[in-house]
Design a protein. Structure first.
Ligand code: FES
Length: 375
């Protein structure tokens, strides 16, 4: 049922900075272990053999715990490697082991031909590595690299964050996970209602998908939303949109979120932190009323946890319009030139357009400005 309770301190498990440490010992902490308890005890020391996987081309790296499949570890690390079903049926996660040892830890129905086996190909969703390894695999770098998917998910939680903003937490079936890039959106369908919403969570957890819902939406939407309860089915159709992190650049990142535009910005920041991107990240969240900074505490905790993440809530001006000029002036005083930055803007169309124009006027190159203009 709905929980009509303000929960500004809500912190998803995966955002907590200790997450990596908690997952690093699955043999002792079976809550996070994907291998059944009896099986993991039989495997004994093998569970603690972590490996470092290097993905070619590109050379990105991530660690694999003994109990994890290569795919699980890659997703946890925030990489967008190609996959489909995640349960050994489709063959879309085939990768070639260039060096190192791989071992099957999950059954799969997809048949790996003898030719592929001789080439060292494995299914990333069914195999782990023993020790360090190098693999050849493809990774999505743009929105066009990820197919559109339709998934019937269940409501895990619908709870009020603050004011009229609610958290809608959907969970997909284990065998149907949503591939998306941080910053993208999805269409939600339930009870003859169709909503397009930005995804607020990180693709590093492709089963738990979160949305921030403004209950000030039209009355018929609000009624349908309020009638939802835990366990109800919601169809997810997505991902849609081309708002995502630019790949490869090491530029400082400036995020400008306006009201509910915070949701896709949070997804971007969470993903960047998960990927351990080292450049500075500056988040300015403009709110037009006092309840709009509905995750203020969480952003402050992230700023405390990550040296390269800086957060500053901002209020609307007396005219009701957010003014980004003081933000750019503040960055300039810190020695940050917009000409060297990537800018990510998300929020209502009129604010997003103003912010983009201001960033251009302040010297940011057009190709480094990404805008998610919401209705
Ligand atoms: S993702 Fe389908 S077989 Fe691995």
């Amino acid at each position: 049922m709905l929980t009509n309770q303000v929960n500004e301190n809500y912190i998803p498990f995966r955002a907590r900075p200790l997450r990596r440490r908690e997952r690093a010992c699955p043999g002792q902490n079976h809550k996070y272990c994907t291998i059944p308890r009896f099986e993991s005890s039989l495997l004994g020391l093998q569970l603690h053999m972590a490996g470092l996987v290097t993905v070619q081309p590109g050379g990105k790296r991530f660690s694999v715990d003994g109990s994890e499949t290569v795919l699980e570890a890659a997703l946890r690390a925030g990489l967008a490697l190609d996959y489909g079903c995640s349960n050994g049926n489709c063959g879309l996660c085939l990768a070639q082991v260039l060096s190192g040892d791989a071992e099957r830890v999950k059954p799969h129905d997809f048949v790996i031909s003898d030719t592929r086996r001789e080439q060292g190909q494995i299914l990333m969703c069914a195999y782990t590595v023993r020790g360090d390894a190098e693999i050849l695999a493809t990774e999505a770098t743009g929105a066009g690299d990820i197919p559109r998917q339709e998934i019937d998910a269940r409501i895990k939680k619908l709870t009020r964050l603050a004011g009229d903003t609610w958290l809608l937490h959907l969970q997909t079936p284990r065998t149907r996970r949503l591939r998306f890039l941080a910053g993208q959106s999805a269409l939600l369908s339930f009870a003859d209602t169709h909503l397009s919403l930005p995804i607020a969570s990180c693709p590093c957890d492709d089963r738990n998908i979160e949305f921030h819902v403004q209950m000030t939406t039209p009355a018929h939407w609000r009624e349908s939303l309020m009638a939802l309860k835990t366990g109800d089915s919601v169809r997810i159709d997505g991902p849609v949109g081309d708002f995502h992190l630019q790949d490869g650049a090491q530029r400082p990142r400036v995020f400008l979120a306006f009201d509910g535009g915070f949701a896709p910005i949070k997804s971007l920041v969470e993903h960047a932190m998960q990927l351990e991107h080292q450049q500075p990240h500056y988040l300015y969240w403009f709110a037009v009323d006092k309840d709009s900074h509905y995750m203020n505490n969480q952003m402050r905790s992230w700023a405390d946890a990550f040296d390269n993440f800086h957060y500053a809530p901002r209020s609307a001006t007396a005219s009701g319009k957010p003014d980004v000029a003081p933000v750019f002036a503040e960055l300039a005083r810190q020695g940050i030139s917009l000409a060297t930055c990537e800018i990510y803007v998300a929020g209502p169309r009129k604010y997003a357009a103003c912010a983009r124009d201001a960033a251009l006027a302040a010297g940011c190159e057009d190709r480094y400005i990404s805008v998610n203009a919401l209705p």
